[in-house]
Design a protein around this ligand. Structure first.
Ligand code: NI
Length: 147
């Protein structure tokens, strides 16, 4: 730990101490550390780092179609860095649904989506994504929809 000393307006310190008291903080230093951490996180959130997104890809495919399951598995293994988890739903006798949670560079996520979309036997692919929290979310562009 580093020790620093600082000058603060009396009113600011009084207001801060009041908040700490209300929140049950025993230590002013701890309160200041937490406040600094909040400040840093808030800045990082707003400081957009191009292309880092979290999202969901939904796929519906005909599991009787020859090779489609193997192809989907192979493609997903290529993008395992971007894939957080996936869920398989046996939707009907013929159709399966997969829900894939992705997190990472949007260019990679788009490539994954498009590769799966090109597969024969795949009938529906949809990607929705939003800022993954490491960047500022522009309200105009935080919910793009592909297909
Ligand atoms: Ni299935």
């Amino acid at each position: 730990m580093m020790r620093i000393s600082m000058s603060l307006p009396k009113k600011l310190l009084a207001d801060f101490d009041e908040v700490l008291k209300n929140r049950g903080y025993q230590s002013r230093s701890k309160g200041i550390r937490d406040a600094l951490q909040d400040y840093i996180v808030r800045y990082q959130w707003m400081n957009e780092m191009e292309g880092d997104r979290i999202g969901i890809i939904t796929i519906i495919y005909d599991h009787y179609y020859s090779g489609v399951m193997e192809n989907l598995a192979e493609i997903q293994h290529q993008f395992r860095e971007e894939i957080t988890t996936s869920m398989h739903i046996h939707m009907t006798d013929k159709y399966c649904m997969e829900i894939i949670v992705v997190n990472g560079d949007i260019n990679e996520i788009k490539e994954l989506t498009e590769k799966m979309m090109r597969l024969k036997g795949v009938e529906h692919v949809k990607l929705t994504s939003t800022a993954n929290g490491k960047e500022f979310s522009d309200p105009e562009h935080s919910h793009p929809h592909y297909y």
